[in-house]
Design a protein around this ligand. Structure first.
Ligand SMILES: C[S@@+](CC[C@H](N)C(=O)[O-])C[C@H]1O[C@@H](n2cnc3c(N)ncnc32)[C@H](O)[C@@H]1O
Length: 760
């Protein structure tokens, strides 16, 4: 039975105008329209009973006939297995049973699977032999190219390790469910530390491990999860938790043939999950049996449908594309084994000639060229550190707008103590610890293991507030820190983060008042997670449910030039240190990408690391810009003006007095004359910056270019054009999401440390 016939026999529908298995120019397969398809037209209707997935206990009890035997076994005997592993095991079982039945001349291919064979055989036949560039198949040598990136791996090969610890024992206990996969499971097959390629390749590593690698690669690169939109924040959240922990993943036959594009202009399909009533109301159900919620010829009730529809008109010959999520290159490579070719490095004469750093990857998003070198000079000495912010990113066009880079808390801590040491203000270890604990409790660091926190910098938001807040807290004097703690702890949930911004100085109170008024911090104020978006937060949610996340914004920086310089310089040093963790410089990566010799997995790895460095460079640029703003104060000035209008004379007076030298003394915890402050600045190595700042030599040049830069990558409509654009109340279905994957498909929060897969 071919796939379309199988799908229809089970109550599904495939648009006649679609070639589901078209071979594209690239050699990959994809879904292509044979003729014009109108907007809104159904592309594919899939009853949930056609999907392979691990059900909740309730789903299983309601509809036992809908699930293959491995599902029943795993839910009963191994309920704590992660959804990813369990789904991989189910797929392995169905593949093995189908193969056994067909080699025995059984009835599997026809779909009758009482004792053997697989009812999913026509779907299984559509699966590729592997996911060619999935990290599971990279040798350790190939993986070395990823050193320093968010997906670099050290230690034993995770797939072999997981196989040995979690999969092999399950196979051994029920060889009837995994026929042919248990004979050759020698210990060598699962020995940790071996390259995956070797494990997957010619050496006799055991049929079980090979089958596991394939199934894991399939689930990793093809499974969907459900998403729902948070009606309050608008953020998409992964839903459908299993009782044993973890979220469900679904293999959706046919729908999993559709390729990904980052480019909203190219995307033309959307996916929803509808309940029976919604599907019937949308007149999507086949007459009769589907509408009654029963799958043809089976006792299984159809409780839901996955529906793929054309989101816009699709021309004859056009590929059907949707999005797997707003994923960075590292996430795309780790989970799906590819990078969007539209984002590939392109040398353009203009870009190379002007030294422009990046072009938007997507058509229609361009906002002009940039010349970041001048801007770097203008920002003084520290600015010079960021001068190559764009240049290092390439001098050629390259950008996945969803790229991200990680900055380790340990680097932040090290840089800040180093800076304080150089100023003879080495903080005692107890104060360092107290600051770390406070930041964890205030939601800036992950609460469980604050020392392992990684700040997530996004191309769209390269300088997250968590990072600058952490730097500020680390550079505060003991007295300032204590005051901050007091204010933060005593304020109520609505205003504490804002009030905390003012904790270290009265002038900060001004910003905090403004922040409290606006309700979400605003510029220079403290935002209590104003965006409500976990993706930008990176370092996890608030550690204390009663208090909002601490967010210092730039209030303190605006009021104290010295402090601002320290914070900016420390942040630049942190970013430099983060760039140093890669074995190659960005310029080398660019050279490699320009070379025709850089192909295959090496090219993919170079693109990933260059993409991350690009984000770090953008962050440096943002720091330089912040310094410039703090010094020249156009934006801050505007804010101040607005504030002033609303303030009483009394308040104004108070604020003026707070500008006094005394405040500066207080901040530094000692009596300093203006002269002493200058001397201190020299000691801190800030003197040169001050003198160069004063010159303001290249300001004019830089400003225009900076303005242009700001426009890039900030297209709101594109942000909105997210993964799923479904009907109002249907459940959303999607790939990927905001989480990084740990290499074997265990999605986890980017702010959290990787965890070993759960034991049963
Ligand atoms: C869900 S499957 C899509 C169907 C797949 N092309 C096939 O032949 O079975 C996901 C896989 O398709 C490939 N893919 C999807 N989108 C791609 C793209 N934009 N560029 C290159 N490969 C892509 C990757 O190999 C990925 O792991």
């Amino acid at each position: 039975m071919d796939f379309a016939t199988w799908l229809r026999s089970r109550g599904g529908k495939v648009n006649q105008e679609l070639d589901l298995f078209s071979v594209l120019e690239s050699g990959d397969r994809g879904v292509v329209a044979r003729r014009q398809i109108a907007e809104g037209e159904l592309l594919l209707l899939l009853p949930i009973t056609c999907a392979l997935y691990i059900p909740t206990n309730e789903e299983l009890a309601k509809n036992p006939a809908a699930f293959p035997p491995a599902v029943h076994y795993l839910r009963e005997q191994h309920p704590g297995l992660s959804p990813f592993l369990a789904t991989s095991l189910v797929l392995m079982s169905e593949l093995a049973r189908a193969a056994t039945a067909s080699s025995e001349g059984g009835a599997a291919a026809a779909g009758a699977a009482a004792g053997g064979g697989s009812e999913w055989a026509p779907y299984l036949a559509t699966l590729p032999a592997d996911c060619p560039d999935c990290l599971l198949y990279w040798s350790s040598e190939e993986k070395e190219e990823l050193a320093g990136t968010a997906i670099s791996e050290s230690g034993p090969d995770p797939a072999s390790d997981v196989f040995r610890r979690h999969v092999a024992p399950v196979l051994a206990a029920r060889p009837d469910l995994w026929p042919g996969l248990t004979q050759q499971q020698q210990p060598a097959a699962a020995a940790g530390g071996k390259g995956v390629k070797a494990a997957a390749g010619g050496e006799d590593q055991g049929a079980g491990l090979r089958a596991f690698l394939r199934a894991a690669a399939m689930v990793q690169s093809r499974a969907f999860h459900l998403e729902a939109e948070n009606w309050v924040s608008g953020a998409k959240e992964v839903v459908s938790e299993l009782e044993g922990g973890g979220t469900q993943v679904f293999l959706l036959p046919g729908i999993d043939m559709i390729n990904h594009s980052h480019n909203p202009v190219r995307r033309n399909a959307r996916l929803d999950r509808l309940n029976v009533a919604q599907a019937a109301a949308a007149e999507l159900l086949p007459g009769g049996e589907g509408a009654e919620g029963k799958e043809k010829g089976k006792g299984a009730a159809v409780e839901a449908y996955f529906v793929m529809r054309a989101d816009k008109p699709i021309a004859a010959g056009e590929e059907v594309l949707h999005t797997y999520g707003n994923l960075s290159d590292a996430q795309l490579l780790q989970t799906y084994g590819f990078l969007d070719s539209q984002d590939d490095f392109r040398t353009t004469t203009t870009a190379a000639a002007t030294g422009s750093s990046q072009e938007p990857a997507e058509e229609g998003k361009g906002k002009g060229k940039k010349g970041t070198k001048k801007q770097g000079k203008a920002a003084g000495k520290a600015g010079a550190a960021g001068a190559d912010a764009g240049a290092a990113a390439g001098g050629g066009g390259y950008r996945n707008l969803y790229n991200a880079a990680l900055v380790a808390w340990s680097a932040v801590e090290e840089v800040c103590s180093g800076l304080l040491r150089s100023m003879d203000q080495k903080p005692p270890a107890s104060l360092q610890r107290a600051k770390r604990d406070f930041l964890a409790a205030a939601g800036v660091l992950q609460p469980a293991a604050p020392q392992d926190t990684q700040f997530v910098l996004l191309a769209r938001e390269p300088l997250p507030d968590e990072l600058t807040t952490a730097v500020q807290v680390l550079l505060m004097t003991k007295e300032e820190f204590q005051e901050l703690k007091r204010e933060y702890g005593s304020a109520d949930a609505g205003t504490s983060a804002a009030a905390a911004a003012g904790a270290a100085g009265k002038k900060g109170q001004k910003a905090s008042q403004a922040a409290a008024k606006s309700g979400k911090g605003g510029k220079g104020g403290a935002a209590a997670s104003g965006s409500g978006k976990a993706e930008g937060a990176g370092a996890g949610g608030s550690g204390d449910a009663k208090l909002p996340k601490l967010s210092l914004g730039t209030a303190l920086l605006e009021e104290d030039e010295d402090f601002a310089e320290m914070v900016c310089i420390a942040t630049l040093q942190v970013l430099e240190a983060s760039l140093d963790r890669y074995p190659t410089a960005a310029k080398e990566d660019v050279r490699m990408l320009r070379s025709a010799d850089c192909t295959g997995r090496q090219r993919l790895a170079v693109r990933v690391r260059l993409g991350e460095k690009d984000v770090l460079q953008l962050a440096k640029k943002a720091v330089v810009e912040l310094m410039r703003k703090l010094r020249d104060g156009p934006a801050a000035g505007k804010d101040k003006d607005a504030d002033m209008e609303e303030k009483s004379d009394e308040e104004e007076e108070a604020e003026e007095s707070e500008d006094s030298e005394e405040e500066g003394k207080k901040r530094r915890g000692g009596a300093e004359s203006g002269g002493k402050r200058a001397a201190k600045k020299q000691r801190r190595g800030l003197g040169a910056a001050e003198s160069e700042e004063g010159s303001g030599s290249d300001d004019e040049d830089s400003e225009d270019e900076e303005d242009e830069d700001e426009g890039e990558g900030s297209s709101d409509d594109e942000e909105d054009d997210g993964l799923l654009m479904g009907s109002d109340d249907s459940e959303k279905v999607g790939y990927g999401g905001e989480d990084f994957d740990d290499g074997i498909g265990e999605a986890h929060d980017r702010g959290k440390a990787h965890e070993a897969p759960k034991d049963d």
